[in-house]
Design a protein around this ligand. Structure first.
Ligand SMILES: [Zn+2]
Length: 246
């Protein structure tokens, strides 16, 4: 196991890697062929059933030098206190996902080998899902109205309300990251909430425990204890469920 606060742009370890990112801190692990499951998910009090298993795959050639540093930065800014697990392939059998936010449970997963959209764009999408329950009613309403002001998406999945909201933020965040000004963005009525998610003002509520809406998923005491500071202190076996040799 190697640890580093910052990605050395010249040296990437060989092999397939899983990345664990929390508050700007990166740890990476070699991925076994059979995949691994973050213990934070195994212990979550919901029917995970090995959903979200991390598998090897082929990342974008510039993922390490160009994409990973941006994910580290935006995850720390938009979702403080949320653990991001990134790996080439996310196995949510029978499907693979480009990304997944576990709602109010502070874990986000991201595929580093996705080809449907840029990984940074998808990272903003998952950050939006992760911040949604931290919004006030007024913020949520403004965001939701703006998200439904456009035509229906072709895919039923994308047309779901939560996906519409995440896609709207994904577009706004990409616009801001490229130097755009939200005052001129088509989703003007939602400028305040979109800007607050982007800046991290809303994500910070998780840390300061000022969330307006109560979490909808309970967490086992054993997991709570780990999340309250001890999560970074263990070895690989504390974080990953590695398949047995047999
Ligand atoms: Zn989504």
């Amino acid at each position: 196991m190697m640890e580093n606060r910052f990605v050395n742009q010249q040296v990437r370890p060989d092999g397939d890697l899983a990345y664990r990112i929390l508050d700007g801190e990166l740890t990476w692990f070699p991925l076994p062929a059979g995949g691994v499951l973050p213990r934070e998910l195994r212990d979550a009090e919901r029917e995970t059933d090995n959903l979200g298993r991390l598998h090897p795959g082929t990342e974008h050639a510039r993922f390490w030098s160009h994409t990973l540093p941006r994910i580290i930065e935006l995850s720390a800014r938009c979702t403080p206190g949320v653990t991001w697990w990134c790996a080439p392939v996310l196995d949510f059998a029978p499907a693979t996902y480009a990304g997944y936010s576990w709602g109010s449970h502070p874990v986000v997963q991201l595929s580093t080998a996705n080809r449907t959209r840029h990984v940074v764009s998808l990272a903003y999408h998952e950050a939006a899902h992760s911040c949604e329950h931290l919004c006030s009613d007024a913020e949520f309403d403004a965001w939701n109205v703006a998200a439904h002001s456009t035509e229906a998406w072709d895919e039923d999945y994308d047309d779901r309300p939560e996906e519409r909201r995440a896609i709207l933020f994904e577009a706004a965040a990409t616009f801001l990251a490229c130097g755009g000004d939200l005052l001129t963005h088509p989703a003007a009525p939602a400028n305040a909430v979109l800007g607050a998610i982007y800046s991290g003002a809303i994500g910070q509520r998780r840390v300061t425990r000022q969330a307006v809406c109560a979490p909808v998923v309970t967490v086992k005491p054993s997991l709570s204890a780990r999340l309250l500071g001890a999560v970074g202190l263990g070895g690989v076996s504390d974080w990953l469920q590695v398949p047995s040799e047999t």
